[in-house]
Design a protein around this ligand. Sequence first.
Ligand SMILES: CC(C)(COP(=O)(O)OP(=O)(O)OC[C@H]1O[C@@H](n2cnc3c(N)ncnc32)[C@H](O)[C@@H]1OP(=O)(O)O)[C@@H](O)C(=O)NCCC(=O)NCCS
Length: 161
Amino acid sequence: MQVRRASAADWPRIWPLWHRVVSTGETYMSAPDTDRETAAGVWLLPPPAAIFVAEDGSDVVGTALLKPAQPGLGDHVANAAFMVDPDRAGQGIGRRLAEHVLDAARALGYTAMQFNAVVSTNTAAIALWTSLGFDVLATIPGAFRHARLGPVAIHVMFREL
Ligand SMILES: CC(C)(COP(=O)(O)OP(=O)(O)OC[C@H]1O[C@@H](n2cnc3c(N)ncnc32)[C@H](O)[C@@H]1OP(=O)(O)O)[C@@H](O)C(=O)NCCC(=O)NCCS
């Protein structure tokens, strides 16, 4: 498996996995029925944002978006989002992708990384981010309408780079 920077040309292979993850309504704020064009507008952001894919042969098995958490005077803190093909979960792809993106963020000059909305029931993600040095700084009650569980809390997670 390799992780590399991606471009709009990769969208046809990113979109199926993006859709599978978001359509569960369990981990991302985007509406579960987000269409392909709207999703491209959310994920394929122009620089300074950077998009990544994890590839196994010709299969895209994961993707990540790295961008400034804030504009202007806050753009030294990064924000990132990660998705792994549900059929390939638990195989180390998310960890590999996250380590790559943390290194890329450092190389781009970011000094910290902030996750704005980690769903509190997302035990896999919270375990991964905690193992990579992120702390929960704040918890916002009921801020995510989970498709199965109803309103659940979200965490703001943070680490210096
Ligand atoms: C969260 C996600 C990126 C993790 O990717 P992954 O490839 O499945 O994770 P990995 O196999 O690399 O596992 C990394 C760590 O996550 C944790 N983890 C993974 N699956 C888990 C599970 N089912 N239960 C609990 N912890 C789990 C473990 O701590 C694991 O550590 P290890 O390397 O010591 O085993 C992936 O599940 C995903 O895309 N989920 C849907 C979208 C999402 O939630 N994105 C993050 C939003 S904050």
